[in-house]
Design a binder for this molecule. Sequence first.
Ligand SMILES: [Zn+2]
Length: 278
Amino acid sequence: MGEPCIICVAITGSVPTKASNPAVPITVSEQIASTHEAFEAGAAIAHCHVRDDEGKPTSDPERFVQLKEGIEKHCPGMIIQFSTGGRSGAGSARGGMLPLRPDMASLAVGSNNFPTRVYENPPDLVDWLASEMVKYDVKPEIEAFDLSHILQAKAMWDRGQIADRPYVQFVMGVKNAMPVDRDVFDFYIRTVHRLFGPDAPWCAAGIGANQIVLNDWAIAEGGHARTGLEDNVRLDKNSLAPSNAALVRRTVEICDKHERPVATWQQARAILGLRIPD
Ligand SMILES: [Zn+2]
């Protein structure tokens, strides 16, 4: 058997709605129930956004408090990762929840295009978000929408702006950003190993129908995998995913195919250098 594979479930995101799939958890109580089911199915990381009363993305720290408390209660040990992504707020509001000290938070270190706009991550905001993560002992997950973002993470680590060896997630298949491209994917892996060491963990996420493609590539190559309704609401061309857990189970099957055990939350914390909660 290979090394354990960490499965991250991105439960909600900023974009999907009940209209795109009724299983998308929107309220905090729906999010907790959906995360619990995904945890039982094998997910060790919950990547979290929150929504307001109208279902729109928000960075409201109060919502994050409720969600964090619920996940800690119902999924003890699960790694909680908050999004500081750009759709949920502008400027420093994107990091307003970091004082809650989640285990991890996503960190975009450069700008790129999104389907209908620029995903703006100006240097001063990136530097500030990184400094808040150092201050509150939050491990960043570097969202690499482009090759330059991996090298930027290295530069920030060298400058002490990132505390530990960067943990990079390759994001492929966002419209108008990096497409799903096997040669680029392989080069990403080589770059991570060259910059951060041959044993540096990394993960990958694919959008839409490419979620399963990136799961397969990452699991086969020794990386970690992200699934969940944030990135993809369908099981296949003809059917909606009935739950986040169903997408996690699909990823577990790919782990089985490639003889990778699914990482427990304890193994995931050890791989990522995270503390074991009391
Ligand atoms: Zn997200």
